[in-house]
Ligand binder design. Structure first.
Ligand code: PLP
Length: 221
């Protein structure tokens, strides 16, 4: 069991460690946003993290988000799960940013959802940089998807998201993150969403502006 005080301590520790890493690699203090990934975590834990200062949460499942969000105080909400086109309307309504646009059908469905919700939805293009990851746009298809996104009036493509290869080899992770960062720069993206509990340091060194951290904040799922 994780207690509220443990979550507050984890948040403070992560915040300090992120700032220390930014300093070490010569980046601007405060230039990384921490998104607390709260999938499969009880509402009580998420409330504890928000009370301790967490400003952003990430969820993977629409159904779960729909039951949890009404029980939370105001917080910025990120959708980081796979986009099913039949859920796009709800995703556009519930979330402030969507990280996982990886194919044309998802972009088109989300654009329609955002139009119905009456908003311009910031999105990230999810790139597949890993042989162990099922989802994400293959790098060779990124330009076509970016072009299609550019023409969606209710979406604003702000940058790139990627998930590292499942490996303990830090060099492989770093190379994959550098690849994603180059693609983001080519697209003139300003938001780079790289890094989870086990690889956020490599992500910050690669230039990530947004880390998605679950286990290291809330405990094991
Ligand atoms: C679950 C998840 C995370 C958080 O993973 P941890 O290893 O628990 O930090 C981050 N990003 C995505 C896309 C996820 O699905």
């Amino acid at each position: 069991m994780t207690s509220s005080t443990a979550i507050a301590a984890n948040l403070q520790h992560l915040h300090d460690a992120i700032e220390a890493e930014l300093l070490r690699c010569g980046r601007t203090p405060g230039s990384v946003r921490l998104v607390g990934v709260s999938k499969k975590q009880p509402v009580e834990y998420i409330r504890a993290a928000i009370a301790a200062g967490l400003s952003d949460i990430g969820e993977n499942y629409v159904q779960e988000a729909m039951t949890k969000f009404p029980q939370l105080p105001p917080v910025r909400k990120h959708f980081i799960g796979h986009i099913q086109t039949n859920k796009a309307k709800q995703i556009a309504q519930l979330f402030d940013m969507v990280h996982s646009v990886d194919r044309a059908e998802a972009a088109l469905a989300l654009n329609k959802g955002a139009e119905l919700a009456g908003k311009i939805l910031p999105v990230l293009l999810q790139i597949n940089i890993s042989p162990t990851e099922r989802f994400g746009c293959p790098p060779e298809h990124v330009d076509a998807l970016a072009e299609l996104l550019h023409h969606q009036q209710h979406l604003q493509c702000a940058g790139v998201m990627a998930i590292a290869p499942l490996t303990t080899d830090r060099t492989t992770i770093t190379h994959a993150f550098d690849h994603a960062a180059r693609i983001c720069a080519d697209l003139h993206g300003t938001v780079l969403s790289l890094g989870m509990s086990n690889d956020w340091r490599e992500a910050i060194r690669a230039g990530s502006t947004l880390v998605r951290i679950g286990t290291a904040l809330f405990g094991a799922r």
